[in-house]
Design a protein around this ligand. Structure first.
Ligand code: AMP
Length: 402
């Protein structure tokens, strides 16, 4: 038990106008060295890959996730099977860990605030609170001068007409919270379809966003430390199918100027947030301009290529920044294509792993999920090849043959 009780878990600052507070709480003596225990909120695949990276470096890992079969829990030294606001579990995490991070943005910001009273927490609650709510995220981006697709906030049906007038159609109505991978989104063409979509979402707060014609999508994963130093990974070119990432390709087939702009913008977002940790910025490429789509306060699916193609991968980077170590080298060692493996592939008897593993330049990562459901991310593979086009060609052929 702790000597000091955790504060009551309420009242997280979720206002985009409040200081972003991305900064880690500097409680632990830095750097935190191997042998110490690191904690993570969330036990999905991102937490699993963080856990593997941390244990490889000699840290112990404690995972908090209510799911008994959690992918990260399988790999951790300790799996606390409890909810994200469970005070006893948060207390144990705070007492056991030198530092705590998160693998998903929907962790209650109040839990991060409570933990930060006792141990180092990175990223901070303020940045997570912004990223976990599309309305806060979009407002924060606009207030800080970052270009996004035109949007309007919809708090109730009464806001719809003005929002449609401002944004126009076609548009996408997106729930402000808990949407992911295209879920909680509806394309709207008319007033009636917008109304129907809002009702379908139970009238919860939404963002109405202009449906823009995409020339492409790119993303940048970066790590920013307490001193404000930023290490950027190479820009990934991303292709989505039904709102879910299908393939990432690196180097991205965009101009050097777009690469530079994407990296500069990602760094500027991290700086403005005062962010500490690993984060991703997703961009739309529209008529030669980059618009920011989303910020993820954690490693990102489009950064999985780093696992096999960079000197340091995004999960080791997460460990390094959390521990107050210098960020690792982000250099790309080989062109790479990353392909997501979704649960759909299990519909007809399961994937043909042998064909995939027959290739010496293909690296398979499975997440240890017991149940395959359509759209569920079960794993991914990276294809390393002489150039991006060759990697993409083999990746697509292997994906289709799976
Ligand atoms: P999101 O969950 O908001 O990142 O959306 C998932 C994917 O849907 C994006 O990566 C895009 O491919 C597509 N998408 C989302 N918003 C828009 C938009 N405003 N215009 C065009 N396509 C979009």
């Amino acid at each position: 038990m702790s000597s000091k009780p955790l504060p009551v878990l309420r009242g997280a600052s979720d206002s985009p106008r409040a200081s972003a507070g991305g900064t880690a709480s500097p409680r632990a003596a830095l750097p935190i060295l191997p042998g110490a225990t690191l904690g993570i909120l969330g036990g999905g695949q991102l937490g699993r890959m963080f856990t593997v990276a941390a244990r490889t470096l000699g840290y112990k890992v404690m995972v908090l996730d209510p799911d008994p079969a959690s992918p990260a829990g399988q790999m951790a030294d300790v799996h606390l099977q409890a909810g994200y606001t469970d005070e006893a579990a948060l207390d144990r995490l705070a007492q056991s860990c030198a530092a705590v991070t998160t693998e998903f943005e929907n962790v209650p910001a109040a839990s991060l605030i409570a933990l930060a009273e006792h141990c180092r927490v990175a990223p901070g609650a303020g940045a997570v609170a912004i990223a976990q709510d599309r309305s806060h995220e979009k407002s924060w981006l606009a207030q800080h001068g970052f270009a996004t697709a035109p949007f309007a906030l919809v708090y109730s049906e009464g806001d719809l007409d003005a929002a449609l007038a401002e944004v126009g159609t076609p548009a996408l109505l997106k729930v402000a919270r808990f949407g992911y991978d295209g879920k909680g989104q509806a394309r709207v063409e008319t007033r009636d379809s917008a109304r129907a979509a809002l009702r379908e979402f139970g009238g919860q707060p939404c963002v109405l966003e202009a449906y823009v014609k995409l020339d492409g999508e790119v993303s940048v994963v970066l790590a920013r430390n307490d001193a404000g130093e930023c290490a950027l990974f190479p820009v990934a070119e991303n292709r989505h199918v039904d709102g879910i990432l299908d393939v990432s390709l690196v180097p991205a087939r965009v101009s050097a100027s777009i690469v530079q702009q994407a990296q500069d913008l990602a760094r500027a977002v991290a700086d403005a947030l005062g962010y500490v940790g690993v984060m991703a910025v997703e961009f739309f490429l529209v008529e030669g301009r980059l618009l920011i789509n989303e910020i993820a306060p954690r490693p990102h699916n489009s950064g999985h290529y780093t696992l096999d193609a960079c000197v340091t991968d995004q999960f080791e980077q997460q460990v390094r920044v959390l521990a107050g170590l210098p960020p690792g080298d982000t250099r790309l060692l080989s062109p790479v294509a990353m392909v997501n493996i979704l649960g759909d592939r299990w519909q007809n008897g399961g994937p043909h792993w042998a064909a995939l593993l027959a290739h010496p330049n293909v690296k398979l990562h499975l997440y240890g999920k017991e149940t395959a459901r359509p759209g569920r991310k079960m794993g991914h593979f990276n294809v390393l090849d002489a150039d991006a086009a060759a990697a993409l060609k083999l990746a697509e052929a292997l994906r289709d043959a799976l």
